[in-house]
Design a protein around this ligand. Structure first.
Ligand code: FMN
Length: 296
């Protein structure tokens, strides 16, 4: 959300991957506008991501059904809520999960695929903080439906690693949030480019784990939590609209600058097409190198 509108989704789909509109920051009117513009800018399939816990989720689903969006990724909530309705309309559904247990639940709910998202990922995260390296193969073993790996993948090396662990695809957030087509504010993108390892912690842990840059606001929440603040007090400090302030409006100190751990390794803002094509090209180079080295 706040980064992936029609421009980014179109660029990703046109480059040969599957672009997703992040509808979590939109109302149904705005989503409709983005779907129509995306349809005009791209002839390839695309999808929409809808956080189930969003109070507008039902309306956003209605818009997707009305416009015959072929793929919906649901997240941040139970897989049982909207899957039946989407499947009945012929939509392919993938649900984002942070554990093998929730992956089984998504499979039982009828989802076509799961996104196994490790704790390295940007934005909202699972309470159990399972790392990608441990999560991906455990989810692959837990379900029969395809597993899409997410959390820490920003190039072809990460993609190869995920596929080696049994995933059939990868989902990339951080690297695409830092592209020319991303609707995130330039100040946010530049702050991530300046960040170093260790600057992007998980905060609001045990309440609503979120990975973001440790700015003034995040540090104040971490210290309140250390001093024993209750969930209610944390919710009050957080208030509303923090991610909009940070990602979309570029308030570097009081906004929430959601981004994944791998953000500190990204060095340049380039086009989403370049990211996609280079990721695939590097994947092929890595596979070639590995095959060569394994030959006796
Ligand atoms: C700025 C930002 C916003 C995100 N918003 C959403 C969202 O609205 N819904 C969702 O399911 N995931 C969201 N994510 C998570 C991504 O979809 C993806 O799973 C994650 O970024 C993958 O890990 P990575 O950050 O290491 O690439 C967001 C990530 C970022 C960086």
């Amino acid at each position: 959300m706040w980064a992936s509108g029609w421009r980014l989704a179109a660029a990703v789909s046109n480059a040969g991957a599957l672009g997703l509109i992040g509808a979590g920051s939109m109302d149904s009117g705005l989503l409709e506008e983005h779907i129509v513009k995306l349809g005009a800018a791209c002839e390839k399939p695309f999808g929409v991501n809808i956080p189930v816990s969003n109070k507008r989720a039902g309306d956003l689903i209605d818009v997707c059904l009305h416009h015959r969006v072929p793929v919906v990724f649901t997240s941040a909530g139970g897989p049982g809520v909207y899957t039946d309705r989407l499947k009945a309309a012929g939509v392919k559904v993938a649900h984002v999960v942070p554990s093998d247990k929730l992956a089984r639940k998504a499979e039982s709910a009828g989802c076509d695929a799961v996104v196994a998202e490790g704790t390295e990922a940007g934005g909202h995260n699972g309470l159990q903080e399972i790392t990608s390296m441990v999560l991906w193969p455990s989810v692959v073993d837990a379900v029969k439906i395809p597993v899409i790996a997410a959390g820490g993948i920003a190039d072809g090396r990460g993609m190869t690693a995920a596929l080696a662990l049994g995933a059939e695809g990868v989902q990339v957030g951080t690297r695409y949030a830092l592209t020319e087509e991303s609707s995130a504010h330039d100040a946010y993108k530049e702050a991530v480019l300046r960040s170093e390892q260790g600057d992007i912690p998980l905060y609001l842990r045990s309440y609503m784990p979120t990975r973001a840059i440790a700015n003034e606001y995040v540090k104040s929440v971490i210290s309140a939590q250390r001093d024993g603040a209750t969930d209610g007090e944390l919710a009050r400090i957080r208030g509303v609209g923090r991610s909009r302030m940070g990602i979309f409006e570029g308030d570097l100190e009081q906004g929430e600058l959601e981004i994944g751990q791998v953000g500190s390794s990204v060095e340049r803002i380039v086009s989403a097409r370049e990211v996609t094509l280079e990721m695939i090209a590097q994947y092929k180079r890595v596979i070639e190198r590995l095959s060569y080295e394994m030959t006796p």
